[in-house]
Design a protein around this ligand. Structure first.
Ligand code: SAM
Ligand code: SF4
Ligand code: F3S
Length: 430
């Protein structure tokens, strides 16, 4: 008999990517194998995101495929989970519109997936998290270079535009020993990169261990590896944390520090808890301690009441800081958030115009920054190799492509940058 198989469609952030790995772990433990394509699967999962409506539209667009497959074989299980279904009342709306879905669960009860598999027309969305169950799951990791590891869940910040605190609950930190054991375990299993996950890793706190002391414990782990974390909040990134990163070879010098906007008035309306001068001060400190810092950020355009001048403040800011990479977003209204009720919502045309100008400017900056890397040497961890074509990342997060006759996948290779292509780096092994 053919083994039972599953296929997971994942939307949204790394948190969701890793949660799909955890669901993969639950299903593997029950004897399921991963299907190569959605058509071959007995269980089809949609692990959803609702941070912007583009993420939601994608899921609804893809559900048509599941409907067709269900019509051909009624024994297929269609499961929808994640942030979209965690929104108040949303699971009921979804099942009404898409009655072929068998199971809907939220973000707080994915660990129960195995117990729900036999159910149909089943909705269970827990209002709150139960941390002790969240950490029990052993993921089935999809990548072989980088391992995601949760250090905390949820968010307490309530940025006025953001749905995440509503669908992920309040901050809960994992025990330091469990985190350290998981790190040692993935390193023993050949992973060379670890990314610690949390919506605001800087507010990690378990008993008397804060983020700095967690990093100190990770620093003491023997052997060579690369440690990254996502995301840092500018209001909580401390000097102690900057120092320990700068002093530790195994800690990546690529920091992702979302600024969101270049105007103090907009930052205040966003409830971000810092001002531009505070952010710039932290960037100066980071650059002082880490001259080779690679800095990336998130920026949102078209927040309610953002004027052209305030948008130009954001443009000036990116020109001043010269980020290596920017993840730029058009502000989306999210029901239930404070910003959704603000006056001065910006038209779609203006938002599109602003994001296009922002991307164009950043491409110029990225191109200049790439050129500055020519003739420099970097240690690159190789994430992809097909034949002699290789792609990897430098310690400060820059993607580099190069050729190698040797098998260098998942290895650290010393590379000299010889040329650039737009914002990308091309190098050769030294
Ligand atoms: N916790 C992280 C932080 O504060 O940096 C960010 C997590 S959020 C999933 C990733 C990014 O999505 C945010 O930094 C923000 O730029 C963007 N985002 C969040 N809500 C949004 C909204 N309503 N519209 C557009 N972009 C949004
Ligand atoms: Fe959303 Fe702000 Fe929390 Fe990040 S810190 S997840 S942007 S509320
Ligand atoms: Fe992530 Fe989207 Fe949820 S960004 S936390 S999957 S709303």
């Amino acid at each position: 008999m053919k083994a039972k198989s599953y296929y997971i469609n994942t939307y949204g952030c790394q948190m969701n990517v890793h949660e799909s790995e955890k669901m993969g772990g639950i299903l593997s433990d029950r004897g399921f194998i991963q299907a190569d394509s959605i058509e071959e699967a007995n269980i089809i999962i949609y692990n959803t995101c609702c941070v912007r409506n583009t993420a939601e539209t994608k899921v609804f667009g893809h559900l048509g495929r599941a409907k067709k497959l269900k019509e051909l074989n009624k024994d297929i299980k269609i499961i929808l989970c994640g942030c979209m279904s965690q929104q108040e009342g949303e699971a009921q709306n979804i099942i009404k519109k898409y009655p072929f879905i068998d199971i809907i669960i939220g973000t707080h009860n994915i660990m129960m997936l195995g117990d729900y598999l036999d159910k149909t027309k089943f909705i269970e969305v827990w209002k709150e998290a139960k941390i002790d169950r969240e950490i029990d799951i052993k993921p089935r990791r999809e990548r072989s270079v980088n391992a995601w590891i949760n250090i905390m869940y949820g968010c307490n910040n309530f940025c006025s535009y953001c749905i995440v605190p509503f669908v992920r609950g309040r901050e809960r930190s994992r025990g330091a020993n469990e985190i350290l054991d998981e790190i040692k375990n993935v390193l023993d299993n050949g992973y060379n990169e670890i990314t610690l996950l949390g919506q605001n890793v800087n507010s990690y706190k378990y008993e008397d261990i804060d983020f700095k002391s967690l990093l100190e414990k990770i620093r003491d782990i023997k052997g060579k590896f690369r440690l990254k974390f996502l995301s840092s909040h500018p209001k909580d990134l401390s000097l102690d944390v900057i120092k320990i990163i700068s002093e530790t070879d195994n800690f990546s010098k690529n920091i992702h520090l979302p600024i969101q906007a270049g105007s103090d008035r907009i930052l205040l309306l966003m409830n971000r808890g810092y001002m531009i001068k505070d952010y710039l001060n932290k960037v100066d400190i980071m650059k002082k301690f880490m001259p080779d810092l690679g800095l990336s950020t998130d920026i949102m355009v078209g927040f309610p009441s953002e004027t052209e001048e305030e948008f130009l403040d954001t443009m000036n800011l990116i020109n001043q800081v010269k980020f290596d990479n920017i993840f730029s977003f058009i502000y989306n209204r999210r029901s239930g958030t404070v910003a959704d009720k603000m006056s001065g919502q910006i038209s779609r045309e203006i938002k599109i115009d602003r994001i296009q100008r922002l991307i164009k400017k950043q491409n110029e900056i990225g191109g200049q920054k790439a050129k500055e890397c020519v003739d420099k040497k970097f240690e690159v961890l190789v994430e992809f190799q097909k034949g002699n074509k290789c792609i990897g990342k430098t310690d400060n997060g820059k993607p580099v492509s190069f050729e190698s006759e040797d098998n260098v996948f998942n290895k650290f290779v010393d590379i000299k940058i010889i040329e650039t292509k737009n914002t990308g780096l091309i190098g050769k092994p030294i």
